[in-house]
Design a protein around this ligand. Structure first.
Ligand SMILES: C[S@@+](CC[C@H](N)C(=O)[O-])C[C@H]1O[C@@H](n2cnc3c(N)ncnc32)[C@H](O)[C@@H]1O
Length: 256
């Protein structure tokens, strides 16, 4: 591309946020900046500022943790949470797979005064994690040191020691032994592996209120997660909704 053409394109891109604002919208993800090669892969997202002002706040908070948060993923987590609150769908919020608490923060910022239950070892993946994948998770483990660089205290700090937070530290599903009689409205499964994901569906689905939601991350990324989701689908009648976020989440809304 010629230098002149590049300059014109960059000039127009830089005007987008102000133009959007003029019409009552706000841009929330990176506008491709001059000479910023990495950003070019990420289109900018424009949402109506007033209507989505809560979401914009949640998204901007996430930018403190990651330079490019997954817009679509956060949008679905937040919007579904809001829907559940607004439609009075009863039950707690839960996340299986918390790590350092970044998506837990999205849930906390979206769940109002509902109880948010967080399930993790806070010491990294259980030992069986590496066995059930096509090498993908194993490679990630080596890169990320098995996700053990976290702690319950770190997550509590990030979430501001909120009163509605309950931490279930330990191996799931044993760590949910005291939750047998609970009802859930929103569940986020992000455990990366087959066993944990399937156990997540087995435990939460029967306790999910009608209209309640399970969003499972990484359906498009890890073989083990895909396998667990497909096994769950044989046991339930729910039609899944695919979410086109960066690793392909999948959502189930309990119909009865
Ligand atoms: C990808 S991380 C979660 C990331 C987090 N949801 C986020 O996006 O900020 C996956 C987590 O699942 C946890 N995990 C997986 N299986 C588990 C099990 N059976 N019991 C407890 N924790 C588990 C691991 O310890 C790890 O912290």
């Amino acid at each position: 591309m010629g230098l002149f053409k590049k300059k014109i394109i960059n000039h127009i891109r830089n005007k987008i946020p102000r133009l959007a604002e003029h019409f009552g919208y706000v841009t929330v993800s990176p506008i491709c900046l001059k000479n910023d090669k990495d950003n070019k892969a990420y289109p900018s997202h424009i949402v109506p500022a007033q209507e989505y002002k809560d979401f914009v706040k949640v998204y901007k908070t996430q930018k403190q943790y990651r330079s490019k948060p997954d817009f679509v993923r956060i949008f679905f987590l937040h919007e579904r949470s809001k829907y559940i609150i607004e439609n009075n769908i009863q039950g707690d919020f839960a996340e299986l797979g918390v790590y350092r608490g970044h998506t837990a923060k999205v849930l906390l910022d979206s769940c109002g005064s509902r109880t948010l239950r967080l399930f993790d070892t806070f010491q990294g993946h259980p030992d069986n994690a590496c066995a059930d994948q096509d090498g993908e998770l194993y490679v990630d483990h080596i890169k990320q040191k098995t996700l053990s660089d976290t702690s319950e205290a770190e997550v509590k700090n990030l979430l501001g020691h909120a009163n509605n937070l309950v931490i279930h530290k330990g191996f799931f599903p044993e760590s949910a032994a005291d939750c047998n009689n609970l009802q859930f409205a929103f569940v986020h499964l992000d455990a990366d592996q087959y066993e944990s994901t399937l156990e997540g569906f087995r435990f939460f689905y029967p306790r999910l209120s009608p209209g309640g939601v399970i969003i499972c991350h990484d359906y498009g990324r890890y073989q083990g997660v895909r396998k667990a989701v497909n096994e769950f689908r044989k046991l339930s009648y729910e039609h899944p909704i695919l979410i086109p976020d960066s690793t392909g989440s999948i959502m189930f809304v309990k119909s009865f």
